[in-house]
Design a protein. Structure first.
Length: 146
């Protein structure tokens, strides 16, 4: 279960109970690869990454790549909303990605900070062979870079 939308151009979506928004290319631009962004502590699904997911999705010079953003309650939001422990969040992400793995040749996970720990746990839960992981360390979040 994911919140999926077919789009010509990247447009942010409101997160629903699935906590994973999937931006799919429309028409003949079927993507064979998916990049999943997982934010860190005090981050948010879109806020942490700024326009980076949009640049990846809208890039006309490359083969189409679908983009997904995974959101979980951390930082100040964990005080307002129920926040499950990291292994439970990892299990939720695992279930979402297992649903998507049959639709893509490759799935790349780009994670920052606590998102890296969640992704590491996710990858340890018997992932399909088409999953790849990249941990990102950023001094400034992309939204501050412009």
């Amino acid at each position: 279960m994911v919140n999926a939308r077919n789009q010509w151009r990247f447009k942010k979506l409101r997160f629903d109970e699935a906590r994973l928004n999937l931006h799919c290319h429309r028409g003949d631009l079927r993507a064979k690869r998916l990049i999943v962004f997982v934010h860190g502590l005090n981050g948010g699904g879109y806020h942490t990454w700024g326009k980076f997911p949009q640049f990846v999705f809208d890039d006309p010079l490359r083969d189409p790549v679908d983009v997904a953003l995974f959101d979980y309650f951390s930082g100040l939001r964990r005080r307002i909303f129920e926040r499950p422990p990291v292994p439970v969040i990892a299990q939720i992400l695992t279930e979402r990605l297992q649903d998507l793995s049959k639709d893509y040749d490759e799935i790349f996970i780009i994670a920052h900070s606590l998102g890296g720990l969640i992704s590491t746990d996710t990858l340890s839960l018997d992932p399909p062979m088409n999953w790849r992981w990249l941990s990102v360390g950023i001094r400034k979040v992309p939204s501050e870079l412009g």
